[in-house]
Structures are given as structure tokens and as C-alpha cells.
Ligand binder design. Structure first.
Ligand SMILES: [Zn+2]
Length: 233
């Protein structure tokens, strides 16, 4: 119904535009007599941008519609407002596109980060009690002191053997006692817990295959390394 009405009003619009055109020509050629003085520039600008604040009953509107000077000024001003409106629409469209692009970038960035949630994953807490480990310095340890860790990101708390010195310890996991084929390494200061010294470190053993390895503890000051057979499961 609405569409139909619009359809019928089209020739009417064209007719009105034609009348306006004839009137404009008549005004510009000095065929009309405007009443009253010319309104100021601000009013003409408001009129040019079709401000809704202007009432058609305003005598200045009547004047401008019949004054060749005001009409010329209005015809000059109108394209500026038209292009400004077009520019605003364009700016808004560009801003919209930028927002969409920014949203995509953020989402893509997040997407790129998602393959590493494991890194944020909490480390598996493990405690290795070496209190009674009677190891020999840089020598074959007794099979009894064998320890086990999972192939995971572990937060391992090592209860160091009795008589261990306080200080910083480096903890490493390696394939053999020569220190080659290092799988993971980390160091931390030992904390005294009663008469015991404990050291807590994070070891990333996610890439290690299950099997036999060595866990070593090295005191930062005396550089003495102790090796314990380690099973990764
Ligand atoms: Zn005028």
C-alpha cells in the first residue's frame, strides 16, 4: 500500500520539482519582489542544510524564496552541505570498516593464541623425596633412589637429601649423566622447611617420551651435581 502511494506520488514530485525550477529561474532573473531585508548568513546556512529548526512560516524563508541574492547564496551553499553530508556518510562507513577489521584482527590474534592454552595450564604438582637418597657425587646412584615424573608440565618440589646446603639449586632432566640431551632445566632458591631444604621448580616434560632419564640437582655455589635415575611415564 505504501509502495503504491509512493509510486503515484512520483509524477507529483517531478511536477513540484519542475515548479520549483521555474520559480528559481524567475527569482534569479529578478522576476520577483522580495519583502523585507536579506537574512544573515547563519540563517541562509541553516536553510541550505534544511535545518528542522526553521519554520516555513518564518518571513525570512519567504524572503529567501523570492530574493535573487539569497537564492544564489543558497544555491552556492547547498552543494557544500551535500558533499559534507556525503563525506560524513563516507567517514562513518570507513569507521565502520575499520571497526570490523579491528574486530577481525583481535579475533585472529585470539585464534592464533588458542593453540597454546597448554602454556597457561596449571603445572602438575609433584613431590620428590630425596631426603634419604645417599647419592655419591658424580657417581652412579643406587637404584633405590629412582624417581618418577609424568610427561607433563610439572611443578616439582624436591626434598633435598639430608645435610644439603641452603642456596640456589639448578634442577635438570637429561638423557644421560654427561649433561647431553637436556630435556628441561630450571633453578630456584631452596627454602628451609624445618631442618629440610626444599626446592620447587617448573619442568616442562611434555615433549619427552616415556623412558629412563636422569634428574640432577646442582648447588649454585659448589657446582656439585647429584644425579638420580628418573622414569618419565
Ligand atoms: Zn535577500
Amino acid at each position: 500500500m505504501r509502495l503504491r502511494l509512493r509510486w503515484f506520488s512520483r509524477p507529483e514530485d517531478r511536477f513540484e520539482a519542475w515548479i520549483a525550477q521555474r520559480h528559481q529561474e524567475s527569482v534569479l532573473s529578478g522576476g520577483t519582489t522580495p519583502s523585507g531585508p536579506c537574512p544573515d548568513e547563519a540563517f541562509l546556512k541553516s536553510l541550505a542544510r534544511k535545518s528542522k529548526q526553521i519554520a516555513l512560516s518564518d518571513p525570512r524563508v519567504h524572503h529567501a524564496a523570492n530574493c535573487p541574492i539569497c537564492m544564489r547564496r543558497l544555491l552556492e551553499l547547498r552543494p557544500a552541505y551535500e558533499s559534507r553530508r556525503r563525506r560524513l556518510v563516507l567517514t562513518a562507513a570507513v569507521a565502520c570498516c575499520c571497526l570490523i577489521v579491528a574486530a577481525f584482527v583481535v579475533l585472529a590474534h585470539r585464534g592464533a593464541n588458542t593453540p597454546h592454552p597448554v602454556a597457561d595450564m596449571a603445572a602438575v604438582p609433584e613431590t620428590l623425596d630425596l631426603w634419604n637418597a645417599g647419592t655419591l657425587r658424580n657417581d652412579q646412584p643406587s637404584p633405590l633412589q629412582s624417581v618418577t615424573l609424568p610427561a607433563a608440565l610439572v611443578k616439582v618440589t624436591i626434598i633435598l637429601p639430608r645435610y644439603s646446603e641452603p642456596g640456589k639449586y639448578a634442577v635438570a632432566v637429561m638423557r644421560d649423566q654427561t649433561g647431553n640431551d637436556l630435556l628441561a632445566q630450571s633453578s630456584a632458591a631452596a627454602t628451609g622447611n624445618g631442618d629440610r631444604e626444599e626446592v620447587s621448580v617448573n619442568l616442562d616434560l611434555r615433549k619427552s617420551r616415556p623412558g629412563s632419564y636422569f634428574l640432577s640437582t646442582t648447588h649454585e655455589q659448589d657446582q656439585a651435581s647429584y644425579y638420580y635415575p628418573l622414569q618419565i611415564k
